[in-house]
Design a protein around this ligand. Sequence first.
Ligand SMILES: *Cc1c(COP(=O)(O)O)cnc(C)c1O
Length: 393
Amino acid sequence: MKCGACNVDARMRDETAINLDPIQVGGRLTPEAMKAMISWGDGYSVCDACRKPFRLDYIEQPPLKDFHVDVAEWLGMAQARTVPGARRGFQQVAGTYVEKGDPVLIGALAHYTSYLSVEIQQGVVREIPKTEDNHITAEAAAERIEDVITEFGKPPKLLYIDHVDYQYGNMHDVKGIAKVAHQYDIPVLYNGVYTVGIMPVNGKDLGVDFIIGSGHKSMAAPAPSGILAATEERADEVFRTTQMEGDLTGRRFGIKEVGILGCSLMGAPIVGMLASFPTVKERVNHFDEELANSKIVINALASIEGTKILSEYPRKHTLTRLDTTGSFDVVAQTHKKRGFFLSSALSKKGITGIIPGATKVWKINTYGMTRKQAEYVADTYLEIAETNGLTIQ
Ligand SMILES: *Cc1c(COP(=O)(O)O)cnc(C)c1O
């Protein structure tokens, strides 16, 4: 299955192996999304039935209008829009509130795209430090808000918090942090790239102003795709419509939204996301089964002497950070394949998605496995450990 002229191989990763790649497992397409991509892949295909007022979220066929309403309701928010990736959601929110020199508070475990979304506005990032056990707390947020007020003479314009961070897969006290932020009228941006589409998320319960999800990370959707949802109060700001007028022509542009330059996702990304949505909505209710599978794999790894689980324990998420400096890395010191022995041995057993050569600190995401696959992965790690002379406790 090779395209003759372009030299592109067919990608078979998830067809031929069990994938543990932290960023890939929640974004794998459903069969419905694959079909949608074929049928709706042409970029402006969704514009077939675009009628007045000419906006993406009003299109009734495919049912984009209903999709927007359903997503907002599902997240416990007033309104939702699609965005080309979570990062573009950050940018849209920062673009609404942050001007040159304005401070923005960001949890210290945040992704680089959070920082860059402030940088593009020429804002100033101030970080909320993590605790010794790698959590962002309401107390630390409160302290840093006061620090910002002292330094800038005003509170931060925004506060970004990851519900589950990408480094440890730890869960943070969003509710407590939002409560503190709101005492200073600071809008709270909830980063749900590892939660929206993975576990139940309700913005009303959490008390956040914005929820951002990633379609290609956690909603079984093609890239680039994502969701930006807002409360009623904030929707008017972040989804404001154009007031622009051409000075010669007097042209005006109806109700196109400024923050996303009119229409956002088209073709495969939005119809793919829409096609996966029923499955995604259902699967978040079974996150306990995902955690149970994760537990099987993590417990096996933890039983290999010298291995440390760096994430909070017991686990609340399927993304886990491990330190095998005292186990697999000891093997790597003398193995003829050096650090590559581990990825190579896994690969022989049909397990992929771990950075080749990594034997010190690495991450694993068991999301989307069957119970049988989890047991197989657990057994395989134990077997590799034993074969290489490590002790199982
Ligand atoms: C992956 C990731 C992002 C970026 O998501 P995109 O949808 O690719 O823009 C942002 N924040 C965190 C914590 C992430 O892990």
